[in-house]
Design a protein around this ligand. Structure first.
Ligand code: BDR
Ligand code: CA
Length: 310
């Protein structure tokens, strides 16, 4: 089987960690690089967590690069309530012994994109600061990336304001740079990721597998579980696993071609992803696909399988 070469850009919090675990187990994927960005937590935490989670799953061979420690223009807004002060909900795992990569995320991503001559798929599950910086610094990268699969945005609603989702709200200027770049964007927003949840029974099951990776799941998700139940959600939304899972199982997802703009102004609309999907007015720039549905049962089973197999 020809594997999909994927680069993962992450602000390694608790659901990012699940996505990394999943990616390490999906045989359809070849993880060719990982970059860290500030978002859920500081860059320092995100970088260390990405390295340590990869080490825990036996993938110290995957190189991890540090990127932006703050958004392009605005102050960093983190999410400690969900991800804890270390980004992993307070869970402690062994430090990776892999050599520390010194190159910047955007330069390494560019080099990898050139090496793969248009075959590279980028999966970005944090604020889009690193990807925007790569586009600004290396404009020809837009023709070298096959597609960009992002967790971010929402056609309806939001989780940090009535109409904005965290990853986009944290750096809307970066997001708009990426959406306007011409790269084909598959957007996994809250519309679909809130349907991709693990209920209490699923969480208890994963926590019972008794291996070091399922122990991390148990220990890192306590604050996230408490937060979700306070918000009266059905369970733990595995936002960041959606674009990763899509790469291996596109048939489990339903999306629609559309145009998407990011609102970078305004007090209430700041960070909103505006789509032309349900209007007669169509934007000129329509190279996005917004995903709205997922086969939750299959999605959950694949996550469980990943954790069971360690
Ligand atoms: C997104 O924000 C972060 O808190 C999660 O890791 C996910 O990428 C959900 O809005
Ligand atoms: Ca994330």
């Amino acid at each position: 089987m020809k594997k999909i070469p994927v680069w993962i850009d992450t602000d390694t919090g608790v659901d990012d960690a699940v996505a990394l675990v999943l990616a390490s187990k999906l045989e359809e994927l070849d993880i060719v690089g990982v970059s860290a960005v500030a978002g859920n937590t500081s860059l320092e935490n995100a970088f260390r967590n990405a390295r340590d989670v990869l080490s825990l799953v036996g993938r110290e061979d995957v190189k991890v690069y540090a990127g932006a420690d703050r958004p392009l223009f605005i102050k960093l807004f983190t999410a400690e309530k969900v991800h804890g002060s270390n980004g992993l909900g307070g869970a402690i795992i062994p430090l990776s012994k892999a050599e520390i990569e010194k190159d910047k995320a955007w330069d390494s991503l560019y080099e990898k994109a050139k090496e793969l001559k248009g075959e590279l798929v980028v999966c970005a599950v944090g604020p889009l600061t690193n990807i925007a910086t790569a586009i600004i610094k290396h404009p020809d990268i837009v023709d070298l990336i096959k597609e960009l699969d992002i967790m971010g945005g929402a056609l309806i609603g939001g989780n940090v304001s009535p109409c904005a989702e965290f990853n986009i709200y944290t750096d809307p200027q970066a997001a708009e740079t990426v959406f306007r770049s011409g790269i084909k964007v598959n957007m996994f927003g809250l519309d679909v990721t809130e349907k991709a949840y693990l209920n209490d029974e699923d969480c208890v099951q994963i926590a019972s597998y008794g291996n070091k990776v399922s122990d991390l799941f148990r220990d890192s998700n306590e604050s996230y579980r408490a937060y979700q139940s306070k918000m009266k959600r059905k369970g733990l939304c595995e936002h960041d696993s959606c674009p990763i899972m899509y790469l291996a199982h596109p048939e489990w997802f339903e999306g629609h071609e559309c145009g998407i703009y990011v609102e970078t102004q305004g007090t209430i609309t700041f960070g909103k992803t505006v789509s032309d999907l349900w209007t007669d007015y169509k934007f000129e720039d329509r190279h996005c696909k917004a995903f709205l549905e997922v086969d939750r049962e299959k999605f959950v089973e694949a996550i469980k399988e990943a954790y069971r197999s360690f």
